[in-house]
Design a protein around this ligand. Sequence first.
Ligand code: CP
Length: 309
Amino acid sequence: MSNLSVEHLLGIKYLKNSDIELIFETANHFKEVINRPIKKVPSLRDITIANLFFENSTRTKLSFELAEKRLSADVINFSASQSSVKKGETLIDTVNNILSMKVDIVVMRHPNVGAGIFLSKHVDAKIINAGDGTHEHPTQALLDTYSIKEKLGSVKGKKVVIVGDILHSRVALSNIYALQLQGAEVKVCGPTTLIPKYIKSLGVGVETNIKKALEWCDVANVLRVQNERMDVKYFPTTREYSQLFGISKQVLDQVGKDIVIMHPGPINRGVEITSDVADSDSSIILNQVENGVAIRMAVIYLLAEQIKR
Ligand code: CP
């Protein structure tokens, strides 16, 4: 089997399309494994992985831990809120102390943009970025793109609109890179205040009318409004946001075509998406979560292949 062109998974920006293809092929194999009665392989019995979460997570944290256990790796978990970070310990000191316990791979979520890149230059371990501030969330984009391919047969030529708070979203940027590498056309749709000015330079279209965006697309990836990252008001009220940009059955009925509905979670039901859409047959939200385990198994397995053992 060939291997990844990168030594760490810091962002989709650093990957080639051949890396994505390799991750998807490997994930196909692991998806078959995790649907067997015995959902485990012994591949990483000699590998130790530390999951370092400096920001809250449900899906990513549990999915990485399950992926690691399915590969038979030894796993340690660290949550900043219950750690000596609260006593003033730095990121490098924290990680080097953890690495002294003979850790091979670090999975890290951190609120600061570039935290994974910084760590990869200062510590001797493979780094997987599980989300760095508003920058990148590479495994989310890989599982999203994989889920589109699974649902529609291919990503090439498909039209994908990313709806909502693009400005504060690491999912949006990683998705744009991954979808474009796979040959999709990408637009974003949301309030002008929540669309970064640089977005057009990435070859991404901008649409501020949700109905026009939905009429154009095959897939709508709906994002949460990240109130926790907002220090000023970006739109007048949540009600107005829902009326103008919320994805409801009523809006989809007006558009009148089949659209694959995605959401990375966590969902704010009734704000960016209504329950009758999130829980509908058009929604692949829980398939995304299921595919996350196979994708993360693939990424971890391929990076571990590069470690001399
Ligand atoms: N999609 C995602 O990153 O969810 P969590 O914040 O729960 O990990």
